[in-house]
Write a protein of this length. Structure first.
Length: 356
């Protein structure tokens, strides 16, 4: 039995050595761990990275501190804890690196809220560990979708005088920080001789500038749009069957941001609807907003021309009125009679085609 027990122990030690050598066993950091450098698979940004923004008051920048990452940090130290930190990053995971101090009067915030894409969690910096420690992992989030995320951090419950502090940010090794004022999630959809664009609003944007062209990465035209145009902006007067490429920038405090992601769209002419049943002529019945009904006996070509005008005007293009030649409806001593239908006065219309 003793021999069997010794063999089991030896085999276990041998197996552990093999697993460790092959890298199957890993020891990932946990909350409270000191990380003086990012772990494998992670990349670190200092608190002074231009993409990390500090909003409001109460932030203090501390320099020449031994033990801090790159010797500096940002903190809420004087009782004003109202400021927020905001940034955007592309990746699937995030770590907050901070400074932990256990002594009374030096302890940092009890409750800190972090929101990632509007989803909030809470963490504290007051009782992670019981010793003073620089470059401490105070928060970790993994398993995010690989896309661009918006992060906002704020102190909810400070200690005697202190809120939170930020020493560094760790994200995916192949991730990146995004300029906070750069628009994201630009999308484009095609229409008839036009494209409709939308993107996420940028906090504090004074205006947006749209750049576009017919070659990816080369933008030959630009247009300035208002700050409220991000939800549904229509670019008119495009050429059908040509692909257009778009980017957008935001201007905040007079400074223009980097380009957003690129989006593309290929305008197409609207297919002519074919009324059912199909016939060479049809009765077009137009109901006006007043309740009045107008009835016309027209060829299918005339009906389709009317539908084309209506769809184009509904998309914001074309004249506000449409002329209908009464043709066979002409009664009286007239060489020609024409009805003018006003788009804004139309409630609905109906097409009744004759059988062939």
């Amino acid at each position: 039995m003793k021999l069997v027990g010794k063999c089991c122990i030896i085999f276990s030690l041998f197996l552990m050595s093999i697993l460790s050598f092959t890298g199957i066993i890993t020891h990932a950091a946990t909350l409270g761990s000191q990380l003086t450098a990012p772990e494998e698979g992670w990349k670190r940004y200092n608190d002074t990275a231009s993409e990390l923004t500090y909003h409001g008051t109460g932030w203090e920048y501390i320099q020449n501190v031994s033990g801090r990452y790159e010797g500096d940090g940002h903190g809420q130290l004087s009782g004003d804890n109202s400021g927020k930190m905001k940034f955007k990053f592309e990746g699937t995971k995030l770590r907050i690196i901070g400074f932990v101090h256990p002594e009374k009067g030096f302890v940092f915030a009890k409750d800190i809220k972090i929101s990632i894409d509007g989803n909030s969690e809470h963490f504290g910096m007051d009782n992670i560990i019981s010793r003073l420690q620089e470059q401490t992992m105070v928060y970790e989030k993994v398993g995010l979708e690989k896309t661009i995320h918006t992060v906002e951090i704020e102190t909810i419950t400070p200690t005697e005088v202190r809120g939170m502090n930020i020493d560094a940010i760790d994200i995916d090794e192949d991730g990146r920080l995004i300029d906070f004022y750069t628009p994201i999630n630009l999308k484009a959809s095609a229409g008839n001789k036009q494209a409709t664009l939308s993107w996420n609003p940028v906090e504090g944007a004074e205006k947006y500038t749209l750049y576009f062209g017919t070659e990816s990465g080369k933008y030959t035209k630009s247009v300035s749009v208002t700050a409220d145009a991000y939800g549904n902006y229509i670019v008119p007067d495009l050429t059908n069957d040509i692909t257009y490429f778009f980017v957008v920038t935001a201007t905040v405090n007079g400074v223009e941001s980097d380009y957003s992601n690129e989006a593309s769209a290929t305008p197409k002419a609207d297919p002519k609807p074919t009324p059912d049943p199909i016939g060479s002529r049809a009765i077009l019945i137009i109901t006006m907003v007043s309740g009045l009904e107008k009835e016309y006996d027209l060829s299918m070509e005339e009906v389709n021309d009317f539908i084309d005008w209506y769809d184009s005007k509904d998309g914001g293009n074309g004249p506000s009125r449409y002329a209908i030649d009464k043709g066979v409806n002409n009664k009286g001593p007239f060489s020609k009679r024409t009805d003018y239908v006003i788009f804004n006065n139309i409630l609905t219309f109906e097409v009744n085609a004759y059988n062939n």
